[in-house]
Design a protein around this ligand. Sequence first.
Ligand code: DAH
Length: 371
Amino acid sequence: MAYTVPKLKDFSQAALDKAVDQAESALKDESAEIRSEADWKAFRDRWMARKNGVLTQINDLWLKSAPKEGKRAVGQRVNELKQFVEQEVSKAREFVDGAATALRAGSEQIDITLPGIRRRLGAEHQVIKTMNEIVSVFRNLGYSVEEGPEIDTDYYNFEALNFPPNHPARDTQDTLFVAGQESKPLRDRLLLRTHTSPVQIRTMEKMKPPVRVVCPGKVHRNDAPDATHSPIFHQIEGLAVDTNITLCDLKGTLDHAMKALFGSEVKTRFFPSFFPFTEPSADVSISCIFCGGKGYRDGSRCPNCKASGWIELLGCGMVDPNVYGFVDYDPKKVSGFAFGMGVERIAILKYGVDDIQLFFQGDVRFLEQFG
Ligand code: DAH
């Protein structure tokens, strides 16, 4: 039965004690029933609401109607009771809050014995993998690694590499220039490097001979994408400058590198070519790895080498003495060789891929095949 505030006829100590006891035990009983925040609010309002709350009623029914001489004693008891009610209400609040937190903690509990979320590990991209492989072949020969900026100046990409001012390679047909550079002198204009050869210049500016470096990196050309072209691709540049470096060293080094990359049965062939920064210059072919250099396979023409038995792979040469002039090397004292190779081209051969675009489309089904 819900507690109702009794009228007091008798204001004796005993009657007061009884009435207060009754009120307190009703308060405790009701408090023990609280299960939720809504219960607590109802409880608080029932006891403490100004209008018609139990305390207000007690005030009206006990204090106001007490005889004059008893008012003091009644007032004291009512005050004590009021404090008790406030205490119980705030205790009940703490209980509700604690229960809510416990409930929340319960639903958010983490079972630390469960296995964690396993992220799928990606595989090393074939281009990067090939690049690392090539770099490690040269590391084993004592070369170190240098890198340069992908946005470079006309000076590093062309001028210091002995490209004459009107060389066709400077034409916008091949080179992507950064816009709005017309007010600068030609040599300071920015462009997306078209090859890794500018790193040769940057390396020689910073180091004195002997130099033996490879420079892997991304390069850009204004080419429409198709099965064999991509506006972005990767190259690895090589440079060795020392006293008495000869064409024999170049041939021996590249022959070794090609055998390390494609197998010891691979042969190399050098034939004359032209690059502004090397003299003499050569293109290097390897014997076709698909037909063993025979030009035919299973009784028909080998499509990979177009039946020639050779696959053209890289450019190289002896560093042109003019280049030394740009970097304060003395061409009478030093000599050296350089080479540059396309990473995708080598990856295509190694992994039997028939379209360079596959490297850049990020299709997991393609990439996973090489995990
Ligand atoms: N930079 C040349 C290119 O992009 C490749 C190259 C050829 C680099 C001969 C060299 C070199 O260092 O000696 O086609």
